[in-house]
Design a protein around this ligand. Sequence first.
Ligand code: BTN
Length: 279
Amino acid sequence: MKTFSPRAIENRLRTQIIGKKIHMFSELDSTNSEAYRMAREGGDEGEVVVADRQLRGRGRLGRPWLSPPGVNLYVSIILRPPILVSNAPLVTLMSAVATAKATKVISGLQPRIKWPNDLLINNKKVAGLLNEMRGKAGKVEFIVLGIGINVNMTMGLLPEEMKFTATSLKEELGYDISRVEFLSALLQEVDREYQAFSRGEAGRILRQWEEFSQMVGKLVEMRSFNEVIRGRVKGIDSNGSLLLSAPDGSERRVIAGDISQPGESPDMKPELDAKSFDS
Ligand code: BTN
């Protein structure tokens, strides 16, 4: 078994921005909380926080994120893109694409992105993203990309109600995956996609997102701000909004909400948490 240490990861990385400094902890309350604290105190773009276990791993909407030791990956990355807050959802799409690519490279499985940022394999959730931002005067000061991946967790560790909706790579493949290799691939992919984003290649990111989502052309139901919108998915725009073609022929842009396909139970997903935003 490969050692899960910053040195083991750093030795493998050929990145420009991400992972120059990796802070690894045996346990933390939450890697996002720690990375947010670091960013507030001047932490550099590309610094990475990893924990073997989280005591209060956070999912969206205040939900807990199951974070047992020794099996999964809990990773947070500090970014400081010089962009407007209104463009920040693109960074979330970028991180979902990077996570999907790393999953595909390492496992050979085909993951699907569920809008905006869940990763599914065989219709079960294998990874989730919680991205938090601080902005000032309409500009992004920093974003913390929080990525949780169920790598080698066995289903016995899941509470009963999650057994039909969650999975891990080990569960799907039948063998263990090296967390060192997965983390290296993940940081490599985030680095590559973030550079593309910084070069202005948002269009390429959006196309990849659409390919991974397999949603284009599908009929969906959205619950967004107390409104239910039914329509066919046309794609995603450069702000990360989902574009729907409504039955009356109008086009609807949905920035946050709760998407489901017929037969699926809905799940509320705001795409980026403005944890602290001074305008
Ligand atoms: C979700 O699907 O609700 C998002 C889950 C995000 C979990 C990750 S694990 C690493 C980082 N630290 C946290 O406390 N949460 C994110």
